[in-house]
Design a protein around this ligand. Structure first.
Ligand code: MG
Length: 345
């Protein structure tokens, strides 16, 4: 991937360092990963920068992942921080091909926080995990003094078991690219809500745990790569998959499922729906022979009804993503420099 392409010039952390784009990739590469020397416990380690890593135990490997959630506001149309915290970690396991087994819940809360709201958040985590058969089995709770924290942050780690380990780097020329549903819903709806016109758009976050959808795809077979397009959106995720796989990806604009309300809100907000976070979608690379059957299987699941084949892996434009526009033009889809919508996950 593009880590190390340019040097960090700042002396202090900026918001762009957390935005999911190239600047964040440089922070992770030059400041975090470079200073952790013991970074592998199985076939996938820290340097792979995949959605999770693996631990070898005897002949099998378990998948391990962790994420922190700093969403503002904590409650929004379609969910709350607890739902996203459980779903996001479950989805990172799922796109590695792993059945989510257990999660941790580590919560840091600000003095004065409503206990009723805390109950709602915890119950959402519980319901979301239960939906895919995962248990929340360990946790930690800390309280910080008023003003030291913006309400509440959650960290969830997750462990899963993969029978068919899937990486984000396994694309081959000829593979079809499936997205499991409409793109841009989470980032666009959250920003609309913050800006005070969510009532007009009617948009909701797509936050959802995807294991059942992904299992349906895996059961058909022929899956070569998967990733969840969270921070940086479809644009960042496709570029990462192309770059790590050493192949090009060609995508047809008219095949990308986009809600009319997302298109309208994006134009109004001046953001690109391909660059904002999704919290209930996966990108699936699949061999052409089984692509149709995988698409049907995904569409048969609760969160996969709007799935589409949006493009394919090509032998040129290595590491790049080409968009064929509705008018027949072609342009690169670039990794966004920073997130146009901060604090959405
Ligand atoms: Mg991920």
């Amino acid at each position: 991937m593009s880590i190390g392409k340019a040097k960090l010039t700042e002396k202090n952390v900026t918001l762009a360092h957390g935005a999911g784009g190239e600047i964040m990739q440089r922070l992770i590469g030059e400041i975090i990963v470079k200073n952790i020397s013991n970074n592998k416990a199985g076939s996938v380690g820290l340097l792979d920068l995949d959605d999770g890593a693996t631990i070898s135990i005897g002949d099998s490997e378990i998948v391990f992942t962790t994420d922190s959630y700093v969403i503002k506001p904590l409650f929004f149309p379609g969910g709350n921080i607890g739902k996203v915290a459980a779903a996001g970690t479950i989805n990172d396991l799922a796109v590695m091909g792993a059945r989510p087994i257990a999660l941790s819940s580590s919560i840091i809360v600000e003095e004065g926080f409503s206990l009723d709201d805390l109950v709602k958040i915890i119950k959402s985590m519980d319901e979301t995990a239960k939906e895919v058969g995962a248990a929340i089995i360990t946790g930690d709770t800390k309280v910080m003094e008023k003003g030291a924290l913006d309400g509440l942050v959650i960290n969830t780690a997750g462990i899963g078991i993969a029978n068919q380990m899937t990486r984000d780097s396994g694309l081959n020329v000829g593979d079809k690219i499936i997205v499991t549903g409409t793109i841009g819903d989470h980032g666009t709806s959250l920003l609309s809500f913050r800006e005070g016109f969510s009532f007009e758009t009617g948009l909701e976050s797509d936050s959802a745990p995807l294991w059942n959808t992904i299992k349906a795809a895996l059961d058909v077979g022929g899956i070569t790569a998967m990733k969840d397009p969270t921070r940086g959106g479809l644009a960042a995720a496709l570029n990462e998959m192309a770059s790590k796989s050493g192949a090009g990806i060609s995508v047809k604009e008219e095949q990308i499922p986009l809600k009319e309300a997302v298109k309208a809100a994006s134009e109004m907000l001046g953001i690109d729906p391909l660059e904002v976070a999704n919290e209930g979608k996966a990108i699936i690379g699949v061999r052409p022979e089984t692509a149709g059957a995988v698409l049907d299987a995904v569409r048969g699941t609760t969160y996969g009804k709007d799935a589409q084949i949006i493009g394919e892996v090509i032998g040129e434009h290595e590491g790049k993503v080409i968009l064929e526009t509705a008018l027949g033009g072609k342009r690169y889809i670039e990794t966004p420099i920073g997130d146009p919508v901060p604090r959405v996950c």
